[in-house]
Design a binder for this molecule. Structure first.
Ligand SMILES: [Zn+2]
Length: 205
């Protein structure tokens, strides 16, 4: 697996650095006994928190969805993930939300290859209009597996943009009750890379 750093442009997203938590923010509160973390992961990732060795049992409320996709507040009807997210917040005092993708994501790789049978209610079209367009315009320097990585990173960041467009999330991040984390798991090593908005890259934690 390619280990070079992919430089990303934070200006592609409406995600100020102050919205994000750090790995140490997350680990500091790990000793509590309650469920304080919502993880939104890809359906392909198996039991996603099993990949995270430093998480104690019971900490995570996990939702798994195709490529960890989230519709924005402006669209995406017919998708049940947003009511599921609202339910998680109604049941638990959620302090961290982790949007968790993975490097071997077969869904995103199929979308890149324009597979019609992978459109799933217009999700491939939305991928094309956001991630594919942004990567083609901003990261033409990357090819091959580096381009795939850029696509997987950017797709996750766009889903976090979409999550933050929902008023119930916006309220919690502006009042600093909620910290954001975007993680990508390396399926081969189970190592987690987290988005660092100050550096504009993903770094292993
Ligand atoms: Zn996937």
């Amino acid at each position: 697996m390619d280990t070079s750093v992919i430089s990303l442009d934070p200006a592609l997203h409406d995600l100020p650095s102050m919205y994000f938590g750090t790995a140490s923010d997350f680990l500091t509160s790990a000793k509590k006994t309650d469920t304080d973390t919502l993880m939104i992961a890809c359906s392909e990732q198996g039991s996603a928190p099993d990949n995270v060795s430093f998480a104690r049992p019971g900490r995570f409320y996990v939702l798994q969805h195709i490529a960890a996709s989230i519709p924005s507040a402006m669209g995406g009807n017919g998708n049940s993930v947003v009511p599921n997210i609202e339910f998680a917040f109604s049941q638990h005092d959620i302090k961290h939300v982790i949007l968790c993708g993975h490097l071997k994501c077969g869904v995103i790789r199929s979308w890149m290859n324009d597979r019609d049978d992978f459109d799933f209610r217009g999700m491939r079209t939305r991928f094309e209009q956001t991630t594919l367009r942004a990567v083609n315009q901003a990261y033409s320097r990357y090819s091959g597996e580096e381009r795939v990585k850029a696509m997987i990173y950017e797709y996750a960041l766009f889903q976090m943009d979409h999550l933050c467009s929902h008023p119930f999330i916006q309220d919690k991040i502006t009042s600093q009750e909620l910290r954001l984390h975007v993680w990508i798991v390396n399926d081969d090593t189970a190592r987690v890379s987290a988005y660092d908005p100050a550096r504009g890259c993903f770094a292993v934690i």
